[in-house]
Design a protein around this ligand. Structure first.
Ligand code: 1CP
Length: 351
């Protein structure tokens, strides 16, 4: 495509803001990396974090799934722990495991040691965004920036890595609410800085991932999490870019998550989109929610499930949702066949 596409012509931005998109926009969480052989080739012998601070590499990995699948969103290749690393926290992303924190945050002294993020510490990310805008401006694809929400970041810092039970996280939350809120406040500051750097460099939408919030009750979410996520959304509102909020297993939290300030609410595969719209209330766009494992079940099943999500989304819009961005209910699984992803995108675009 060689002509410059105006922002209002980007289907993803149109759907997020209640305008009529020229086609149903689709992108996939974790579409960059993972399943693509060209990604594995590029990452050969290069660490994950090292790659996230290399602007040319970030640009190339972000573009790979867009070129291959013709998605309407390009998700910046980065990770939720990148701003924590940049702010001096000793951590690594270990292949096959995920983020690992050298010294888990458990005490008041540990929390006090978490400092602010200076914008220039994520200057490499800003440079990657500039490179990407130059690539994407002539196309219909919008550039999406992202950050981890304070709760999900806190869970990694406190547990020291991925967890099933979030024991230490909940122990601090229930046992020392003052310390908890102090930690969440510091993480919200880092998240705001990281998102503002991306927005100022040119991302056209942002997604706040509160991936693990679904382990909380609605009451706990509202008491311990919502005020901090709400502050993040409020402090980036002046940019005017659509703000997406997503978590896994959040069926019981959708009404609350819909109230912290996002324009678009991401829904996992457990709740049909029309039911999600009822829980969230009117005036929001919805994003989701094909079960990622459906991509392993063959073309006929993929077609059936894509059609079902589209029907549910259309019902959600009849019930007051202002738009639909097609996505998975969570990220692309690593051994997904890339051709199944391409096929799903074609089906969404022709639905
Ligand atoms: O499409 C993309 O891949 C874009 C970049 C991206 C994004 C949006 C990566 C690259 N990570 C993320 C966000 C992220 N990272 C989230 C929120 C989204 C989600 O819920 O899926 C979370 C929770 C993480 C933490 C993380 N980083 C994990 C999960 C571990 C756990 O707790 O279960 C893992 C495995 C990583 C490493 C990582 N991040 C990204 C990639 C491609 C990888 C794999 C490592 C590698 O390739 O070496």
């Amino acid at each position: 495509m060689d002509r410059v596409v105006g922002v209002s012509e980007k289907p993803l931005l149109a759907a997020a803001t209640g305008h009529r998109p020229s086609r149903r926009p689709v992108w996939f969480m974790r579409q960059a990396g993972r399943s693509l052989p060209e990604y594995r080739a590029l990452r050969e012998g290069r660490g994950m974090l090292e790659s996230c601070f290399d602007p040319a590499m970030v640009c190339e990995i972000t573009m790979q799934p867009v070129r291959r699948h013709d998605t309407d969103g390009a998700i910046l290749f980065s990770d939720i722990v990148v701003p924590l690393k940049a702010a001096g926290i000793d951590l690594d992303i270990v292949a096959g495991t995920g983020p690992v924190i050298a010294e888990p945050v458990r005490t008041a002294a540990d929390v006090a040691a978490i400092r602010r993020l200076e914008p220039e510490e994520v200057g490499a990310v800003a440079r990657a965004v500039s490179l990407l805008r130059a690539e994407l401006d002539p196309t219909p694809t919008a550039l999406i920036g992202f950050a981890g929400a304070p709760f999900t970041l806190a869970s990694y810092l406190i547990e020291g890595g991925p967890s099933r039970t979030y024991t230490h996280t909940k122990a601090m939350m229930y046992g020392d609410p003052q310390l908890w809120h102090s930690l969440m406040g510091r993480l919200a500051d880092i998240t705001v800085t990281f998102l503002r750097v991306q927005l100022e460099a040119g991302v056209q939408a942002v997604q706040l991932f509160d991936s693990w919030a679904g382990i909380l009750s609605r009451r706990d979410y509202e008491t311990f999490v919502a005020p901090h996520s709400a502050r993040v959304f409020a402090e980036i509102a002046d940019h005017g870019a659509p703000r997406i909020h997503f978590g896994v297993g959040t069926g019981e939290l959708l009404a609350s998550m819909g109230q912290v300030g996002a324009d678009v609410v991401g829904v996992d595969w457990r709740v049909p989109l029309d039911e999600a719209a009822r829980r969230i209330g009117p005036s929001k766009a919805l994003q989701g929610n094909l079960d990622p494992t459906v991509l392993f079940a063959g073309d006929a099943v993929i077609a059936e499930h894509v059609a079902r999500v589209v029907v549910d989304a259309d019902r959600a819009m009849a019930a007051g949702a202002i738009g639909h961005i097609f996505n998975l209910g969570h990220g692309v699984l690593p051994d997904t066949d890339p051709d199944a992803i391409t096929r799903a995108v074609e089906l969404v675009h022709s639905a």
